[in-house]
Design a protein around this ligand. Sequence first.
Ligand code: 5AD
Ligand code: SF4
Length: 457
Amino acid sequence: MPKKLFIKTYGCQMNVYDSGRMADLLAPLGYEATLTPEGADLVILNTCHIREKAAEKVYSELGRLRPLKEERARLGGRMMIAVAGCVAQAEGEEMIARAPVVDLIVGPQTYHRLPELVARAHRAAGAVLDTDFPSESKFDHLPETQAVDGPTAFLSIQEGCDKFCTFCVVPYTRGAEFSRPAAAILAEARRLVAAGVAEITLLGQNVNAWHGEGPGGGSWSFARLLHALAEVPGLERLRYTTSHPRDMADDLIAAHGRIEQLMPYLHLPVQSGSDAILKAMNRRHSADDYRRLVERIRGARPDIAMSCDFIVGFPGESDADFVATLKLVSDIGFASAFSFKYSPRPGTPASGEARQVDETVKSERLAALQQLLGAQHDAFNHSMVGRTLPVLFERHGRQDGQLIGRSPYLQAVYATAAPALMGRIVPVTVLEAKPNSLAGALTPAAGAVSQHMEVGA
Ligand code: 5AD
Ligand code: SF4
């Protein structure tokens, strides 16, 4: 009898990758993925600690799981509940006390031990906890076989962070910066392509800080790795996220103009447009450094779509500091962006700062920033109308006969298309820009197909 595994993933794409690898690790033990927690033998919550709200969601979910676990026990079965990811790492001990429903706690650097931990948790009376930072890399212990879900995939190449921005928990939850060797990354990329993947997004908390061992020894830069990946036959698109402005090396900027597979979309968080706040955040770049950097990147790849992260209401942020952020946004012009209210995280330097910003001020600033960013996002999407873009179809749309894919600029594009085009890169003419997607028609029969486009996504 196969056992049922339900994994719920919170937070970043790295967690999405990790959840996939957890499923790969548990598959040989007979665990098969299910879409709901009801009746699951093992539930894993792969958690995010980046902001307070993200962490609290985990406790709410545990509250919802408790009756399911009790019901299962009443029927003579057992539902094991595991918490993985960054909340597990940061709050492991505390969580066992606060949520006794949890059987197993595993941090982001030890989840390769899940099979053994699950076996131990089955025998144990109380909860089992593993939040080590082991000296050996988990990547050396993950199975080669990897379940692939469609033509796009994530590939973790770098983990952890040595930058210590004063707001951020990542250096504490994910640990020190670590780069996987190039040979392991290339081998994983080849296996993904062999399984039908056409687009790989390289992942790391500071992905562009990657500097790994080259296949023949010596150290490779991230740009060199990108060039090598571009040589993998069948790998048609490359992306990477998340980057730090300080690590945009010259050869990496140049790579954006040279590597055809490298998509013209770059997520490059700046966090604030005020030099005083950037300094307090320990970002080690100024607002003008960022402006000059974007100018150079656009010099290499003029059509690149810039994406960003912002924090409003960082301790001590004045109205003038916030206006400087708005100015930076106006100067750059972002295709997309994420913005957040500052959330004090326990153990980070900024959380102890006396000059915390009032919640209502944070909300007002967030609304103003999101209005500006939203307008830029809409303008960017509208600028695509009438253009023909290569779209990699990756899933079925809500309407019959519809496929959804991504443009080079990471926009969701849907069109009426034959199922055989799934996984293929197809020219699509954009007919309409919606808030979160573009409606298109296959070219050259755009006119004929457009009448079907009313259906919407
Ligand atoms: N409060 C609010 N936002 C945060 N981020 C990271 N830490 C915090 C925090 N304490 C945001 C940053 C980062 C993104 C992943 O989350 O903008 O780039
Ligand atoms: Fe969340 Fe950051 Fe951890 Fe990803 S690395 S799960 S975003 S806290």
